[in-house]
Design a protein around this ligand. Structure first.
Ligand code: HAM
Length: 420
């Protein structure tokens, strides 16, 4: 061990476990790539103001959890705590919305940073795969995204997750609800910080996890009863499309997300095997965000799934992903001359697309065969001076244990045909 450790709230991905993370990222991305979403990558940091305006001045993310810094040049930057504001900023900057092809559908995969109290499933550096459909108001898009996330989780083998669905209304009806909720909350017996929250972001109070608060919230006005006709019709259409696609969801009137940009459809994917950090993914519609960051009106919808928590969910369900071994052929040279010959063979195998590796250093036969085993290669290629003198190599089938001599001349052809 070195003097240094990974910083608090972070962890490293190392083989063989890291393969799971790659597989999860790929499994989430696959249905997106298959549905017209193009890949986007944005910087790991942005101007602080993008997030304070976009995610919301009063959110925990902005007030408590951002890693901010001032550069030597005087720029105020923040490590990105989420992806939506960045992706929208980048789409606007590149004028993707003006190419006459709305919605702009984008997917991304990367690292995000939040200064949170670390615990299982909650880290300061974590990883998301996300998708955003920008510039179109259409319930079919909201439904599409929920269906694609469901498809990704199912492809991974996950079953014990639930989809919570809500509508947060729009700029017409939400203010009316907000007033009614504030009036109700002001009459309760709450601590000072919560009382302050009533004035800034009353919907967040509904999300309070404490039993003594939840007890008082019985009888609170429900947003459902305040939705305007347009929001109601929109939400009904999203629900109907999900039902037609046989994607089960639960209506959750109390679902409030931790970011302020949401309007209308909001949803969360929760996994029942994860304890308190049960949200494996979440998202919704954010029709006003573009204007909040200085762009034109661009109604949009998206989600992000947490890779770390998805891996924990797989573990909770006892699912082992079928990750094929990467090495197909492992070469074991016996002696200096054999090493030169096999090094050349391995190079040729790799150039013809066969995944091959070699025993490096000067290991004896036993240690080298152990390395071959560990690589999970399908075949081992063993070469000693005597075989080589006759133009031969020994090919060992690592599954059956059988070994046979093959011609050095045609080793690449032999192996490509055996592996196909
Ligand atoms: P979010 O709900 O803040 O939404 O994060 C999405 C997912 O990221 C969570 O459900 C969780 O799995 C994972 N996550 C968040 N924080 C942590 C953490 N500290 N440690 C581990 N995993 C974490 C967003 O970020 C929105 N940008 C989603 C979205 C996209 N909405 C519209 N488009």
């Amino acid at each position: 061990m070195s003097t240094f450790k990974a910083p608090k709230g972070t962890y490293d991905l190392t083989p063989p476990d890291s393969a799971k993370y790659l597989a999860v990222r790929e499994a989430i991305a696959a249905p997106l790539k298959n549905s017209g979403y193009g890949y986007i990558e944005t910087p790991g940091f942005e101007n602080v103001e993008l997030f304070s305006r976009g995610v919301g001045e009063s959110t925990d993310i902005v007030t408590k959890e951002m890693y901010t810094l001032t550069t030597k040049g005087g720029d105020h930057l923040a490590l990105r705590p989420e992806g939506t504001a960045s992706v929208l900023r980048a789409a606007l900057e590149a004028n993707l919305h003006k190419a006459g092809n709305l919605p702009v559908k984008l997917w991304y995969s990367g690292s995000y940073y939040r200064y949170e109290r670390p615990q299982k499933g909650r880290y300061r550096h974590f990883s998301q795969v996300g998708a955003e459909a920008i510039g179109t108001e259409d319930p079919a898009l909201d439904a599409e995204l929920i269906i694609l996330a469901d498809q990704a989780y199912r492809a991974l083998g996950l079953r014990q997750f639930r989809i919570l669905l809500n509508s947060l209304g729009d700029k017409e009806c939400r203010p009316l609800y907000r007033d009614a909720l504030q009036a109700f909350l002001r009459g309760l017996d709450l601590d000072e910080e919560t009382a302050r929250r009533i004035e800034i972001n009353p919907l967040r109070v509904l999300d309070d996890k404490r039993a003594e608060v939840q007890k008082q919230l019985v009888g609170a006005p429900l947003l459902r009863d305040y939705l305007c006709d347009a929001c109601k019709a929109y939400h009904e259409e999203v629900r109907a499309l999900l039902t037609t696609a046989a994607v089960a969801y639960e209506d959750d009137e109390k679902l409030v997300r931790g970011l302020d940009y949401y309007t209308r459809t909001t949803f969360e994917f929760v996994h029942d095997g994860l304890g308190s950090q049960s949200a494996v993914g979440g998202g919704g519609r954010y029709d006003g965000l573009s204007e909040m960051i200085g762009g034109p009106a661009l109604p949009s919808v998206g989600w992000a799934l947490g890779v770390d928590r998805t891996v924990l969910a797989l573990e909770a369900e006892g699912i082992t992903l079928d990750i094929p071994s990467t090495t197909a052929v492992f070469a074991v040279p016996l002696g200096e001359e054999a090493k030169r010959v096999l090094f050349a063979v391995v190079t040729r195998l790799r150039r013809s697309g066969v995944a091959a590796d070699l025993s490096y250093g000067s290991k004896g036969l036993k240690a080298a065969m152990k390395a071959a085993n560990r690589s999970q290669a399908r075949f081992a290629l063993v070469a000693g001076e005597r075989d080589l003198a006759e133009g031969l190599l020994q090919l060992k089938d690592m599954e059956s244990g059988e070994q046979e001599p093959i011609a050095l001349d045609s080793v690449v052809e032999t192996l490509t045909s055996r592996l196909s």
